[in-house]
Design a protein around this ligand. Structure first.
Ligand code: NAD
Length: 443
């Protein structure tokens, strides 16, 4: 099949590359011509395990093409995936300007039937808006060309995006035309061999499914953070509580790790957008609003604990920060807890010496050169003479530490661990102060 993908971010590039790997002919289009030029030369703009090798291989085999030319992109595929960003608008709702701009581009250039597939996360009713926008533009062009719009939300996670796309639990497709199902079956046939993964449903349910999934996961995180805040005040250890509840199969172990709050490009904006959708239909989404405010408080807790450890005085202090990405195995720093922490440190007159295995370039891009930010080449280069250490991301490489050596390197011997990486007794036995999440003496 010939397939066009609009947007070469985490979702678009992974979708395009995986579909090419599955044997389709794919053309990826982006308005960012730097990205496209790089990709044409084998430079993958994001870090995602396994992606670079797949891009190079499929480019070499000429199944994966890149273009910045909209007419060429529209002319290429019968299937036209929209995988552009849907950032939050000022009122929290999803901003659809990129999605609608792609709809306009497709309608401007299409000469024959196209199936437009919405892969971006978009509010319920967006497929209707995309349809209307295309119909209007075709009318202006005074042409009558058939098309369908369907919803195919994406559930991949950054950090394991290639694996998730190839081995995802389900492929949700919302459609209302008999022309769509056979085309989508053909597109996803390579992923639908062992068991039936395709779930066809009406478009509005498909659109809501994506928000419901993210809101559910965010709710689990905020719930566990709420329990951890209680544990801290009650002298309990949330890690014991986690094991205790996770063993119940009705609850399960996944997504119940306490921490310093969720970040990334999806949970914060999707919870907000769903709450906003609720308001628009006259319903107050009490639970969603609480999930968001618990998360907001949790992200701020890293700085609160750091400040307590340093007796409220950060002026001129240097803080070692391990982990900048919002989670391991990605370079994405959107809404990352590290950002809130660093910005609070700077506002209090402190300096940051940070390390992350993948997100250093992204950090440089976001904050540029500044006197109060040093990026260390290695994890342990952050430590010598630092006043305290804060851990924001649970990279594997942060789990093994020589606490006695660390005790000698830090001026104030304090670790603020936003991810509960260590055994509190081992840390404290080395003479360090240890402030974790939801564990005794962590307040
Ligand atoms: P991203 O910001 O990484 O990439 C979006 C890309 O779209 C950018 O390269 C941008 O230049 C390009 N773009 C913007 N306007 C364009 C246009 N008119 N034509 C062509 N390209 C255009 O975004 P992302 O993280 O890949 O997310 C895309 C969508 O998928 C969002 O709606 C997001 O909520 C959803 N989603 C993201 C994830 C994730 O983990 N990142 C997972 C599931 C769903």
């Amino acid at each position: 099949m010939r397939i066009t993908i609009f947007g070469t971010g985490y979702v678009g590039l992974v979708t395009g590359t995986c579909l090419a790997e599955a044997g389709h002919e794919v053309m990826c289009m982006d308005v960012d011509s730097n990205k496209i030029n790089g990709l044409m030369n084998g430079i993958v703009p994001i870090y995602e395990p396994g992606l670079e090798a797949l891009v190079k291989q499929n480019v070499a085999e000429e199944r994966l093409l890149f273009t910045a030319d909209p007419a060429e992109a529209v002319g290429f595929g019968t299937l036209q995936f929209i995988a552009v960003g849907t950032p939050p608008d000022e009122d929290g709702s999803a901003d659809l300007k990129y999605v609608l701009s792609v709809a306009d581009t497709i309608a401007e250039h299409m000469q024959e039937y196209k199936l437009i597939i919405d892969k971006s996360t978009v509010p319920v009713g967006t497929a209707d808006r995309v349809s209307e926008a295309i119909a209007q533009r075709l009318h202006q062009r005074d042409v009558d060309i058939p098309f369908d719009v369907c919803s195919n939300p994406e559930f991949l996670k950054e950090g394991s995006a290639v694996e998730d796309f190839s081995q995802g639990a389900r492929i949700v497709i919302g459609c209302d035309s008999p022309r769509v199902e056979p085309l989508m079956r053909e597109c996803y046939a390579p992923y639908n061999r062992r068991q039936e993964k395709l779930m066809f449903m009406d478009i509005r349910s498909a659109e809501l499914t994506k928000y419901a999934a993210n809101a559910m996961l965010a709710t689990k995180i905020s719930f566990m953070n709420e329990i951890s805040n209680l544990a801290e005040r009650l002298g309990a250890d949330v890690e014991n509580v986690r094991r205790g509840i996770g063993s119940d199969p009705r609850i399960g172990y996944s997504f119940i790790y306490p921490g310093c709050g969720y970040g990334g490009s999806c949970f914060p904006k999707d919870v907000q957008a769903l709450a906003r959708t609720a308001t628009d239909v006259g319903y107050e989404a009490q639970l969603l609003n609480a999930v968001e405010s618990v998360n907001y408080r949790q992200k701020a807790s890293l700085f609160t604990k750091l400040s307590q450890a340093l007796d409220g005085d950060l002026e001129g202090k240097t803080i070692a920060v391990w982990g900048l990405a919002f989670k391991p195995n990605t370079d994405d720093m959107r809404e990352a807890p590290s950002r809130e922490l660093m910005e609070a440190i700077w506002a209090a007159g402190g300096k940051v010496r940070a390390y992350d295995p993948e997100a250093m370039q992204e950090c440089r891009r976001l904050y540029g050169e500044r006197d109060d930010l040093a990026l260390a080449k290695r994890r342990d280069d952050t430590l010598e003479g630092a006043d305290a250490l804060v851990i924001c991301t649970e990279w594997k490489a942060f789990r093994t530490v020589d606490f006695r050596r660390l005790r000698e390197q830090l001026t104030t011997p304090a670790i603020i661990d936003g991810r509960n990486l260590f055994n509190p007794e081992s840390v404290r036995a080395a003479g360090l102060l240890y402030f974790a999440v939801g564990r005794a003496d962590s307040l």
